[in-house]
Design a protein around this ligand. Sequence first.
Ligand code: IMP
Length: 420
Amino acid sequence: MSVTVVIGAQWGDEGKAKVIDYLSEKIDIIARYQGGANAGHTVVVDQKKFIFHLIPSGILYPNTICVIGNGVVVDPDVLISEMENLKKENIQIENRIFISDASHIVLPFHKIIDEHKEKQAENHKIGTTKRGIGICYADKMLRIGIRIGDLFYQLESKLSNLVNLKNKELELLYHLKPLDYEKIYIDLIDFRKKIESMVIHTPSFFEASIKQGKTVLLEGAQGTALDIDHGTYPYVTSSNTTIGGALSGTGISYRHIENVYGICKAYVTRVGEGPFPTELKGEEGNRLRELGAEYGATTGRPRRCGWFDVELIKHSGRINGLTGLVLTKVDVLSYFETIPVCVGYEFFGKKIDYFPSYGLEDCIPIYEYLPGWKEDISRINRWSELPKNCKTYIEKIQEWTNIPIKFVSIGPGRDQTLML
Ligand code: IMP
């Protein structure tokens, strides 16, 4: 059993990349399993900030292998520019990045349609990242998408069918000019040349690697509450962000999974539309946003902020079989007098103790109030040095969620991590 999965336990942006970077030191292979360039995974090393949208954040260790799994939707422009940026930083990428031949490709019309669909949605906007993610996954489900493997086999006929169809959609639904098939085709051939040596059959690659005793880390993008099935539908992303997606998005058998870590902030944030019971709309929300620098890594949008929600984490624990939690950005909560924690909801006068599939917008949080602490904790080296109230806050979260907290993060740097 050699596979660890890292999953966002909230609405994304939980600090997964920092945790993945921290764990990657002892890992051989790091793989993304779903999502695409909608993700923005930020890692800070020696005060230098790296943001990854497609390449697994474990690339910053020199001996890791990074894999883009079949469940990921790959935007060629983003992938190539990320590889170029790594080269500029003198990070060796040859023989270190591999891409599944079954990953779907995000094409120019996916992004255009994503943007225009949102514009036309009026009251039903999702607040997508406009990276074409949902539209590309929709084509995958319709069985008309273009996969990486198609670049090597019968590309012309598949692509021309799709471009014809999408051009009709652009013209009729969005009153836009059709796209030039030739340009899309030539760009894809150029992309093929650049990635040819990186394309692999991921299920057999993982099977062989695991047999050889290699350790694997599966890097989730977004979070549990954005899962297409288990999230706040329709205000979700278009993939399975949870454990099922980790298996189907790589082709690794469930039998190899050893640890499933849920990453959660010590408070909650969300970008885009959709219900968020503990959201703080006034001054306190602004304070959390500024203290936590809560602006999207992909779109720069201000994130909505609110108090920790135990029901949400229990939901994530239940679905993902979380073996541990990592609590991030605990330092951001320093200096709050009292810190409310949501321990359940009231739904039309009735108490509910689960994260509901519908009606979350009408759930009123039931809070417990914990005393805050007045010290900067970002430079502390040991758990024992944390202020008493901070320890109580962490221990209470562990007690209420009933999931062991493995470590806590008190700042963006690799060294700002405390084992429990
Ligand atoms: P899409 O994934 O671009 O289709 O966007 C669907 C929803 O997921 C929107 O609410 C986005 O803000 C949200 N979302 C997508 N990717 C991320 C992410 O990496 N972090 C946080 N929210 C995300």
